[in-house]
Design a protein around this ligand. Structure first.
Ligand SMILES: O=C(O)COP(=O)(O)O
Ligand SMILES: [Mg+2]
Length: 224
């Protein structure tokens, strides 16, 4: 099958770097820093949304400042890798999934260049046949288009999406793709509130979950 992964909050805990970069661009505007949980709660809908929320937290809604901060954030984003860690067991799970014969891709709202930069920094880039980011399509997730693009870029066919958030759940549902929910990410609502075919807290569980879903899928195809 094709397995498409979300990035922030799914494969990597990148909130500390996004937090630090946020406070750097706020400082350049003469604005006070925000704490990590606050910034983490703004992650998931891409850079323009993050910046709107950073300024909104300071009571500012100004298109000129928003555009300036988006540019400042973008200029720093590819270097914002030092504080980011993969979740435990990610590399082993990706290796096991590829060994099961699956094709792996990324569909993230992070722009492609910083997505590639952080995956390269963590030694994970070579696992992926395609990377679709927040700047790859006219619309970002939760629009289904980026997920459709990621699946097509991996060769097309039956797919699963592995994500952490409300945005991923809405995107997957709109795309008609089943979601496997990583529960250790940046979600705000209870897992039960989000449509999913499976959930996991530990990447050691993922190869078994995927093997079962792939077998179900093959079984349904045989019956059809
Ligand atoms: O850039 C973001 O806001 C979040 O990215 P994600 O789609 O990888 O969770
Ligand atoms: Mg995410």
């Amino acid at each position: 099958m094709i397995l498409i992964f979300d990035l922030d909050g799914t494969l990597i805990d990148s909130a500390p770097d996004i937090h630090q970069t946020s406070n750097e661009v706020l400082a350049a505007e003469g604005l006070a820093p925000l704490d990590l949980p606050t910034v983490r709660s703004f992650i998931g809908r891409g850079v323009p949304h993050l910046v709107e929320r950073l300024l909104g937290a300071h009571g500012i809604a100004d298109p000129v400042r928003t555009a300036r901060l988006i540019a400042a954030f973008g200029a720093r984003y590819e270097d914002a890798v030092a504080l980011t860690r993969p979740y435990d067991g990610v590399a082993a799970a990706l290796t096991a999934l590829a060994a099961q014969g699956h094709v792996l891709g990324i569909c993230t709202n992070k722009p492609v260049a910083p997505a590639r930069a952080v995956l390269r920094h963590l030694g994970l880039l070579d696992h992926f046949a395609a990377i679709i980011g927040g700047d790859s399509a006219p619309q970002r997730k939760p629009d289904p288009e980026p997920l459709h693009l990621a699946i097509a870029a991996c060769g097309g066919g039956p797919a699963l999406y592995i994500g952490d958030s409300e945005v991923d759940a809405t995107c997957a549902a709109a795309a008609g793709v089943a979601l496997i929910l990583h529960t250790q990410g940046y979600r705000k609502t209870a897992p039960e509130a989000l449509p999913h075919v499976a959930l996991f807290a530990d990447f050691a569980e993922l190869p078994g979950i995927v093997a079962e879903l792939a077998a179900d899928h093959a079984g349904q195809k045989a019956l059809a």
